[in-house]
Design a protein around this ligand. Structure first.
Ligand SMILES: O=C(O)CCC(=O)C(=O)O
Length: 371
């Protein structure tokens, strides 16, 4: 068991890269070639009459959590959640139950954290053994293009897996707020997963058993202003490997873009809303009914942007595969079943690129589908 635990927090490592925030402070007119991405695709420009059909759906969680189960109001909101998860893989949630004061306090601490002098940040930089800390993720070669982003990555739950020496080095108020935020996000993720289970017709015990003692990691992203935003990429297009990701956009600067019908649609930050997206694991658990959608982050010439993504993942000691109750309903399994730890090692060992890790999990129609 101990080995499984250690494997879970050591799914791989990323090459150490310099701080983009420090680079962005220099009087450059051009960004270094390592940050220039070719084939940049502009976001879809939405005309005013298209806005309603081309913005990520908004779900009112109070309606789901507090309305009588079985009422038409409840079912109508549950149906919105179901359609959003099937057709967008992304939605924003309002009235989610996390207090405004906690969100504000956590935001303030994350903003100050990224303002620490570089000498202080270096004490918290990733190292040869671990991808936790400041740096970038998924950097697997010296030739690979880099994102215009500094991140701070840390495992938060379960407590037994935390790197206590890293936690202890965090500024005390940030540590306290991160602790509170991560507990609230776990409660929220479990509640949303429960509603998804109901919408999909998955036995409740299956959701609980898979996710209850799940793993959680937090990725704080800082995208500095960029001299050539049309050439740089804040975060390369990817889908998330986990069950659910809950994203807090800390300021009003737009940047998150979601792939929809082959175009990029911007997710406008709404006050006190959180963005939820389906990860590859949930796509697999839903037997492909829900979709984990590619997304990316763009950068701006004159404004910084900050976000915090929390990844909620089943316990690594479990296997990932389609929920048995859904396979029984669908009469077919569309994905393999593998130990989660194997699945995640594959994810962290690759350059972050589209949905490449999920492809490996898909069963081919003609040969391998099993009931
Ligand atoms: O900053 C964003 O909006 C996107 C963050 C994200 O996709 C991630 O951290 O994986």
């Amino acid at each position: 068991m101990e080995n499984q635990k250690n494997a879970a927090i050591n799914c791989g490592r990323s090459l150490i890269v310099p701080s983009v925030q420090e680079l962005a402070k220099q009087p450059l007119t051009k960004i270094p070639p390592r940050y220039v991405h070719q084939h940049h695709q502009k976001p879809l420009l939405i005309s005013s009459d298209d806005t309603s059909t081309l913005s990520v759906p908004v779900i009112d969680l109070h309606t789901l959590f507090a309305t009588a189960y079985g009422s038409s109001t409840y079912y109508s909101e549950l149906n919105k959640l179901h359609i959003a998860s099937k057709e967008w893989g992304f939605f924003q949630v309002i009235n989610h139950g996390i207090s405004e004061s906690l969100l504000e306090d956590f935001k303030r601490e994350v903003l100050s954290f990224f303002k620490l002098p570089i000498e202080e940040k270096q004490k918290l930089w990733q190292n040869e053994e671990s991808q936790e800390g400041f740096g970038q993720l998924f950097v697997v070669s010296d030739e690979q293009k880099l994102d215009w982003c500094d991140l701070f990555y840390i495992f938060t739950l379960p407590h037994s897996l935390r790197k206590s020496q890293l936690f202890q080095k965090l500024p005390p108020i940030l540590r306290e707020k991160l602790e509170a935020y991560s507990m609230e996000i776990k409660i929220l993720a479990m509640a949303i997963l429960g509603e998804m289970g109901k919408a999909l017709g998955i036995d409740n015990e299956e959701i609980t058993e898979l996710f209850e003692d799940g793993y959680q990691s937090v990725r704080m992203n800082h995208y500095p202003p960029c001299q050539e935003p049309e050439l740089a990429m804040g975060l390369y297009p990817h889908s998330d490997a986990g069950g659910l990701t809950i994203l807090y956009q800390l300021n009003e600067t737009e940047g998150l873009q979601v792939r929809k019908n082959g175009n990029w649609v911007s997710v406008k930050p709404l006050p006190n809303a959180l963005v939820v997206n389906i990860g590859d694991t949930m796509e697999i658990v839903s037997n492909g009914v829900y979709k984990s959608i590619e997304h990316r982050a763009s950068v701006q010439s004159n404004m910084e942007r900050l976000s915090v993504a929390t990844f909620y993942v089943p316990n690594m000691a479990k296997e990932v595969g389609p929920a048995p109750s859904l396979v029984a309903q669908h009469n077919v399994a569309n994905y393999r079943r593998v130990p989660l730890v194997e699945y995640y090692k594959g994810f962290f060992a690759r350059k972050l690129e589209g949905k490449s890790n999920l492809e490996f999990m898909k069963l081919e129609e003609s040969k391998e589908k099993v009931v």
